[in-house]
Design a protein around this ligand. Structure first.
Ligand code: ZN
Length: 370
């Protein structure tokens, strides 16, 4: 099922953008040059050396504010299990195999090919492509673009994260919190001379794991979740550790406040634990009756052949950073990758679906501008 979007997706999968460390520069440059050739104005922004995000603009006929098409260039690591397909790209049996095929180089390729088609028909709709580094580690690239004032305007946002080709109306927010205990170091043979940081942290983690977060079930997003993702403490077995830390991952739904969540966590953790939030992004939800949501639904039916019902996602996307920065325009998450393939060993994406997404995104842009 080769086609321009699949070809580009394969080129992207061949470039290692595993995060950490990221190294998105080569993929960003490949896309920047293509978009420049197509007539878009491209800005490159680094949030760290080699960590390039792009903002690419197509000036439109001015009838509608720009449509933002967004995706991320980084992927998660390959994981510990051995792969049975080449992790850096192979096209076989109608599938693109490799890390990032679904999450989300297939989606990024569809965005770029759609933008090239729309640009070839200019003047038409205005586009703002936002292709970000560092999404997988907390939207670092997108947050950098926001902080740097690199974004322009957008009347609607389409995020091509993997949704199996079905438009979704929103996703949960995220709150990542470090829980830290400080102690006093001592020789392991004389623990009475120190104060162990691991013991209070272990109690706190056990208590936090039992926390019930207070929130009303959201019709699209359901309820909040809480997971303890990391724990570390001490350096050697024969020393009393003076520091221990756990990472808490809370996925939020509309109506929750960060302050209230931190209060509940602090009450469970106890006075010896310091809680430090380091990523705090609100949920993103668009009304099913919104005209842009309706437009995406119509195009999905006509071009992709799916019949979407209103639904949301539990994972978050760069829209958590971008949509508020644009002033809250309608946002739809809709990409050709398989949601169930994200972060999996032997990740793949359906090649025909990637091409269909390029057709669909171009159709959305044309009708958005009409
Ligand atoms: Zn993703």
């Amino acid at each position: 099922m080769p086609g321009p979007a699949v070809d580009l997706a394969l080129e992207l999968v061949r470039l290692d953008t595993i995060n950490p460390p990221g190294r998105e520069a080569a993929a960003a440059e490949l896309l920047a040059r293509r978009l420049e050739r197509a007539g878009l104005e491209v800005e490159r922004h680094e949030h760290a050396p080699g960590r390039t995000s792009l903002v690419a603009r197509l000036a439109g006929d001015g009838r509608r504010p720009p449509l933002c098409l967004t995706g991320h260039l980084d992927t998660v690591p390959l994981g510990g299990a051995p792969w049975t397909v080449p992790p850096f790209g192979e096209l076989r049996d109608g599938r693109l195999h490799g890390r990032g095929a679904s999450d989300m180089k297939g989606g990024v390729a569809a965005i770029v090919v759609a933008a090239e088609r729309v640009a070839a028909e200019a003047p038409g709709p205005a586009l703002e492509l936002v292709l970000c580094a560092g999404e997988e580690t907390g939207c670092e690239g997108a947050r950098h673009l926001v902080a740097a004032g690199a974004l322009g305007r957008a009347g609607a946002v389409l995020v091509a994260e993997p949704t199996g080709g079905v438009p979704h109306l929103g996703h949960k927010g995220v709150l990542w919190v470090n829980a830290t205990a400080e102690g006093v170091a001592a020789h392991g043979s004389a623990p009475h001379l120190g104060r162990n940081a691991i013991v209070p942290l272990a109690s706190a983690v056990a208590a936090i794991a039992d926390v019930a977060l207070d929130a009303t079930e959201h019709p699209l997003l359901g309820g909040p979740t809480l997971s303890i993702g990391t724990i570390s403490g001490g350096t050697v077995v024969n020393a009393v550790p003076d520091r221990a830390r756990a990472g808490i991952d809370v996925r939020t739904v509309p109506g929750m406040s960060t302050a209230a969540v931190l209060e509940v966590l602090a009450a469970a953790a106890g006075p010896e634990i310091t809680l430090t939030p380091w990523v705090d992004l609100a949920p993103v939800v668009t009304d099913a009756a919104d005209p842009f949501a309706a437009l995406c639904r119509t195009v999905a039916e006509e071009v992709v052949g799916v019949r979407p019902t209103p639904r949301g996602l539990s994972y978050f996307t760069d829209a958590a950073a971008l949509t508020p920065a644009y002033g809250g325009p309608p946002t739809v998450i809709w990409g050709p990758g398989e949601a169930a393939q994200a972060h999996q060993t032997d990740e793949w994406a359906d090649a025909a679906r990637i091409e269909a997404a390029a057709d669909a995104f171009a159709a959305v842009a044309r009708r958005w501008g009409a």
